[in-house]
Design a protein around this ligand. Structure first.
Ligand SMILES: C[S@@+](CC[C@H](N)C(=O)[O-])C[C@H]1O[C@@H](n2cnc3c(N)ncnc32)[C@H](O)[C@@H]1O
Length: 326
């Protein structure tokens, strides 16, 4: 890759990694071996981690080919293996790279800034573009199909479940009667007009929750989280470490449930301090801290897109000496 091309990609793909200090502080203590960045994006977290731990062999996955191109450019010369893959098929992706065990994992959910900032990707309610919102452009389902063909009941369901939208019924009915809707700004206008005037002035842009809900539906974002986290934890060696960053309540609810279950905290509540039955699996991980952390006010002032982030971190239980190097 020549310097000119690399600089052009750097200009096009700008994403500020969220809570990077906290992420690196936790992950830089991983054992030596293969580290999985399941959502490598522009490689910001990956670069920061490799600066602290140049000995790690980084595996970076992303379902967006433009992120794969950017991360490949930004991580050139670092020995990283960057692949176009969804963490929904994490086991297959690791197998195809010949990686059975990993020393740590990072999941930084949500969208990257270039996905939001490029109008032609169709994620933005502020800039006009096609109704697309696909992270992987090879995928068939796009926002156009959701907006223009899904039933009013299906739209109401996703607006409620994925957008926490109070006016889900009204917005879904307005979308159905305005069809065909051709662009992102046309959709944003339909949504704004469907919301009662006093409510339009509360809680950010009136179309924000609708766009989030449609994006989550198009990319089937929530259904992939649980199996991917479980596969990653299963592949992690003793004393390895993980971080998960989520950006809305639906995402964080699933992450919290999976991590608490893997940490045995659900069992703890169930047995109220009584000895665990012999048939019960011992906890696979320890949460550090037990709850979530939020970005500092200074980081949010600097990067408002970090404002909704929740950071959860864990360590895999067991002794490294129980197992050979990853
Ligand atoms: C918040 S960005 C990650 C940014 C990255 N940590 C960095 O420092 O540049 C989230 C990324 O996850 C990717 N992504 C979302 N769902 C995915 C999935 N199921 N499999 C792989 N990548 C996914 C998106 O395409 C996006 O590039």
């Amino acid at each position: 890759m020549n310097g000119g091309t690399s600089t052009a990609i750097e200009r096009r793909f700008v994403h500020h990694p969220v809570m990077v200090t906290e992420v690196v502080a936790h992950l830089s203590a991983v054992p030596s071996g293969a580290f999985l960045d399941a959502t490598v994006g522009g490689g910001g977290h990956a670069r920061a981690l490799l600066n602290a731990r140049p000995d790690l062999s980084l595996i970076g996955l992303d379902r967006d080919p433009s992120a794969v191109e950017a991360a490949t450019t930004f991580l050139v010369g670092r020995g990283a293996k960057i692949r176009h893959a969804s963490f929904g098929q994490l086991g297959d992706a690791l197998d195809s790279l010949g990686v059975t065990r990993i020393v740590g994992s990072l999941f930084d959910f949500g969208v990257s800034s270039p996905q939001l900032d490029r109008p032609e990707r169709g994620f933005s309610y502020r800039q006009d573009g096609p109704l697309d919102m696909r992270m992987d452009c090879a995928q068939k389902l796009s926002a156009d199909q959701v907006v223009n063909t899904w039933s009013t009941e299906e739209l109401t369901g996703i607006l409620r479940s994925y957008g926490d939208e109070r006016y889900a019924n009204r917005i879904a009915a307005a979308i159905a009667s305005a069809r065909p809707i051709a662009s992102t700004t046309a959709l944003a206008e339909v949504v704004r007009d469907a919301i009662p005037a006093p409510a339009r002035r509360r809680g950010g842009h009136p179309a924000k929750r609708t766009f989030q809900a449609i994006r989550i539906a198009v990319n089937d974002e929530l259904n992939q989280i649980e199996p991917a986290l479980e596969t990653a934890i299963d592949r992690m060696v003793p004393e390895s470490r993980g971080v998960v960053l989520s950006y809305h309540s639906g995402e964080d609810r699933i992450v919290k449930q999976v991590l608490r279950r893997q940490a045995g905290l659900d069992d703890e509540a169930r047995f109220l301090g009584l000895p665990r039955p012999a048939t019960q699996m011992p906890p696979a991980i320890e949460l550090v801290p037990r709850g979530s952390r939020r970005p500092s006010p200074a980081e949010v002032a600097d990067n408002p897109r970090a404002s909704s982030a929740r950071f959860r971190a864990f360590v895999k239980r067991g002794k490294a000496s129980d197992e050979g190097e990853a």
